[in-house]
Design a protein around this ligand. Sequence first.
Ligand code: HAM
Length: 427
Amino acid sequence: MTLLKAVRGTRDLLPPETELWNRVEATARRVFTRYNFGEIRTPIFEDTQLFARSVGEETDIVSKEMYTWEDRARAQSEKSQSLTLRPENTAGVVRAYIERKLGEAGLLRKLFYIGPQFRRERPQKGRYRQFWQIGAEVIGPPSAGSESPLRDAEVLEMLASFLDELGITGWTLVLNSVGSSTDRPRYIAALREALKDKAPQMCADCQRRAETNPLRVLDCKVPEDQPIIEALPRIADHLDEDSKAHFAAVLAALDACGVPYTINPRLVRGLDYYTRTTFEFTHGGLGAQNALLGGGRYDGLSEMLGGPRAPGIGFALGLDRLILTLQASQSDAAPNLADAFIAPLGEAMNAPALTLARELRREGLRIELGDGAFRLKKSFEIGNKLARSIILLGEDEHRSGILTVKNFAAGEQVRVPRADVARHLRP
Ligand code: HAM
């Protein structure tokens, strides 16, 4: 029989690595809460149209990478529906904002999410088909200040603080402005004009994009196309005064609070909903897939989905990539040992050992419970692998209430009254 394996591009996350994942997620919750964000959990699959309309039909994500299926009707009253595993979470958040009328209170909504996303990409280091994102969105009616450059700067400052708090150094914040919905048609017209001559020398995808969605040409990764792309018109030269002033205000606020950045006029990002500020945080330790996170403004997205005017800004961080970065910097991390291994001496001691384990666990200690069927030598061997100390529980110890505790690193064995064991074990 052939053995079944995890599907290509997916993987199991195991302890002790999952402890690191939990620590990162807990830090995100703690930091984002300080900025008054609340958690949203949207469904893992949505109507395919949601992604087609927001991320964009011509993007790589929608045209090549989505896991889509036709969900058959189960009753005559139902229609079949095209469904898709979410490739990203911004579309789902904005759908929920519209559907649940989250803008009605006239306030900004500040929502974060942590969860898996799915894209059928070619797997490699830092790129998976099921991957996790930690993201956040700030969205609301213009009267709540949702368009203000202060919001952009606050989100970027929050990200810098989050990475600092995790101890991640060596990140670079790369910024650009892709202009407003009025700048964009002017720029696209200029791009189309320039591509008339150039597109025939480019890859097949670019030739198609030059017709259907010229902005996507700028995402092309084909090396031979890069010199041509470098010479194309720049969006920075097509911004109107409002967009220029908005971008300048974001930069001024970042300067004021001391968050360093570099500007990359080619940063357009691979999703169609962006307007004005776009950004990525990159990290040198990641290799080819060096984007730790990406995000930007999407001032027209709610309207594109049939909702009210609700400008917004947000980001999503690749949790898998963040973990790779942390693991690279903490390779000498000590294994996570239990505080103690309890060795019942004989099977009659199993039940008392379970009671002792229960007491110590309720004190908050991490306890591994052995088995009275094990010989003493075996208990010591296992205990030494799993825990910092071993507690021996035989008839004598049980009766007298004085336990024998040995710390493996110190090598010393002491007798400790049962009531003091928790205090004795505490690191
Ligand atoms: P994105 O740039 O497509 O943006 O993805 C954000 C981050 O997710 C990337 O920077 C990367 O770290 C991670 N990521 C993407 N694809 C993969 C993959 N196949 N394997 C591992 N990690 C991956 C978005 O998703 C937008 N929704 C971000 C946003 C939120 N914009 C505004 N609000």
